[in-house]
Ligand binder design. Structure first.
Ligand code: CUK
Ligand code: CUA
Length: 638
């Protein structure tokens, strides 16, 4: 009997250990295996959503599958990428031209998907470069950067690139006010001489091509973030501001802080009328416009030099200021377009403006003053609700499809869920650590997909294995289909993710390009078969027309090259099959490599510096005979 009891005691203990080790219950009484199954995407199966995360100071965009958190691709935008040769090959170098020269770096913050009728349509992804003000457009059929436009008379392009509900415009707003026109001005002349410029960039509905339609000349505030009106507020764009005291040093920011800053509401429909009426000034504005041609796969960079500018002083009704407590950071508009949430980072409450009330206050002229010709609406007249005691450091808000909003709290490291309309907080979860932006697929559109919420954290601390002083930033996935938010997954990100966008895979995957038809290749140095391969000399410039196909190069032996020649390898991938790129590089190549997609031609520039034999080879393992895909160049003294 005694033995039996002992035996059972053992079993109980054993099963306790087993269940502890493999199937813990979390704080909400849910088994780890239940959580794991929610993010488990079986080998060979696909994720339900694409997530596009900004790469912050890496200047890239990274593409993840959700819910698995699997990294699918890194898209170079404002960066050179040795993996793909972007920014190294001759075709893409012009993409990184600016009026300050070739700049292969930027700080990219906010990806924004194009929309049709207020819904994400999977056509393009826009992203800003903060430092040398630029906006890029990525084509989501190829996942390549298709266009970059520089923003003139602007600095610190932070409140960008947010779209209107039919991608009529994307906007770009200056963070740093700068002298207008730019020039040598004493910094303490800030107030009065420094201005902020908000740009409205028209997007061609067929091609996606961008064009700076007009700029609005604003006072020297700092413009932080933006979001577009939609539905009820279609035709309006909202920008948060800080430093409305126009101080040239923010060292004593808290001491000198105005009690309230503003959300600037811009009526862009009205702006279009002012443009038609000729109420604009055409001013000097030099900027580069870089376009990657989809037929030649060659980028061209063109300098532009004029832009139309509207001034609120001369355009009554163009801009209204909505007082919003203490340094609002994000501004977010709910799916109906009625509520405009100002996330005041130094306030513990969230102020929500009602668009209906804004219109009424405008109509009834309920102003508490004006600034530079822009009426300041009375705060009491426009507030639609306050989310009380949200927490410390509210930064950004996204929305689901059930009438709830989700806000990140940077300082208290939490995310809260609250009800739009009652303003009551219904859930609060810790995140690890210090969240900036958050993303629900479609969460800033008219039609959010309220299944997952992604939180992007600035600080990771102890969540992963240590990697020296720097730890990767981190994303955390929550299930938001139930009443309570449930943490599912942590995964590392590339660079600092600011904003992100998510979209159902069905809106992109079917349109994905598998290869480029060779017959449509309009590159001037294309070869369409091995037979067309040749070497052409023009003085000391040598053009090598080269073909590659599994598993050889043509030509693969090249002689007659001299030290000091300028050699251009124009390499065409002759494959017509999905996922068979070939790579190309040569010993001593000064410009990384090429990674050429099937049917495409790319050019590597090389200057041989001394006589010798220089092997070249394919850098992408492409067939069983990949290692045989090689050749030689002989370089002789002059
Ligand atoms: S910012 Cu990064 S946390 Cu540039 Cu959108 Cu707010
Ligand atoms: Cu082609 Cu390896």
């Amino acid at each position: 009997m005694k033995n039996v009891i002992k035996f059972f005691g053992c079993v109980t203990l054993l099963s306790a250990i087993v269940s502890c080790g493999s199937d813990k219950k979390n704080g909400q009484g849910i088994l780890d295996t239940d959580v794991a199954s929610k993010v488990y995407v079986k080998p060979g199966e696909h994720d339900e959503f694409y997530a596009f995360l900004s790469g912050g100071f890496s200047g890239q965009v990274s593409v993840y599958g959700l819910p698995s958190g699997r990294l699918l691709k890194v898209i170079p935008v404002f960066s050179q990428d040795p993996e793909k040769g972007y920014g190294y090959n001759e075709e893409t170098k012009p993409m990184l031209e600016t009026t300050h020269g070739f700049i292969p770096w930027d700080d990219s913050h906010h990806p924004e998907l194009s929309q049709t009728n207020g819904e994400t349509d999977g056509r393009w992804l826009f992203i800003n470069g903060n430092n040398t003000p630029r906006i890029a457009r990525i084509d989501l059929s190829t996942f390549e950067t298709a266009e970059i436009i520089e923003i003139p008379n602007s600095a610190g392009n932070h409140s960008s690139p947010f779209t209107t509900e039919n991608t009529e415009y994307i906007v770009a707003g200056t963070r740093f006010a700068v002298p207008y026109p730019q020039g040598d001005v004493a910094i303490n002349q800030y107030k009065g001489k420094f201005k902020g410029v908000l740009s409205f960039i028209k997007v061609d509905p067929q091609t996606g091509r961008m064009n700076i339609e007009f700029q609005v000349l604003m006072p020297g505030f700092n413009y932080d973030l933006a979001h577009s009106g939609k539905g009820a507020s279609h035709g309006w764009m909202f920008f948060t501001t800080y430093n409305t005291e126009e101080a040239n040093t923010l060292l004593e920011v808290e001491a000198s802080q105005n009690d309230k800053d503003f959300i600037a509401a811009i009526n862009w429909k009205k702006a279009e009328e002012f443009i038609k009426e000729g109420k604009f000034k055409e001013v000097e504005a030099s900027y580069m416009h870089n376009i990657y041609d989809e037929h030649t796969h060659i980028a061209t960079s063109t300098k532009q030099n004029k832009v139309k500018v509207l001034s609120p002083e001369e355009c009554p009704g163009l801009v209204y200021l909505l007082p919003t407590p203490k340094s609002p950071h994000g501004v977010d508009v709910d799916p109906t377009g009625e509520y405009i949430v100002g996330n005041g980072k130094l306030s513990t409450d969230l102020t929500v403006h009602s668009f209906t009330k804004v219109l009424k206050a405008i109509e009834e002229k309920k102003f508490e003053g004006e600034a530079y010709g822009m009426p300041i609406l009375k705060m009491d007249e426009v507030v639609g609700g306050i989310v009380k005691e949200a927490g410390l450091g509210p930064l950004h808000t996204e929305f689901d499809d059930k009438g709830f909003a989700y806000t990140t709290l940077f300082i208290s490291s939490e995310v809260i869920k609250w009800k739009v309309g009652t303003w009551e907080i219904v859930d609060r979860q810790p995140v690890y650590y210090s969240p900036g932006h958050l993303m629900i697929p479609g969460g800033d559109s008219k039609k959010p997909d309220g299944k997952y919420l992604l939180i992007m954290n600035k600080i990771t601390k102890d969540r992963y294995l240590p990697t020296g002083p720097e730890l990767t930033q981190s994303a955390q996935l929550f299930d938001i289909s139930g009443d309570k938010m449930q943490l599912l997954l942590d995964f590392p990100t590339i660079g600092e993710p600011h904003y992100a966008q998510g979209i159902h895979a069905d809106k992109i995957a079917p349109k994905s390009v598998k290869y480029y038809p060779l017959k449509d290749n309009k590159h001037p140095y294309v070869v369409r078969s091995d037979a067309e391969a040749k070497v052409v000399r023009e003085g000391n410039i040598v053009h090598v027309y080269m073909g590659m196909i599994r598993s050889h190069f043509s030509p693969d032996n090249i002689e007659g090259i001299k030290v000091g020649d300028k050699v251009y390898f124009h390499v065409t991938n002759l494959e017509q099959d999905w996922d068979i790129p070939h790579g190309f590089s040569v010993l001593g190549a000064q410009n990384a490599e090429l990674l050429v997609m099937p049917g495409q031609t790319e050019t590597l520039y090389w200057e041989p510096l001394k006589a010798g034999i220089y092997p070249f080879y394919c850098t992408d393992f492409c067939s069983a005979l990949h290692q045989e895909m090689q050749g030689y160049i002989r370089v002789s003294d002059k």
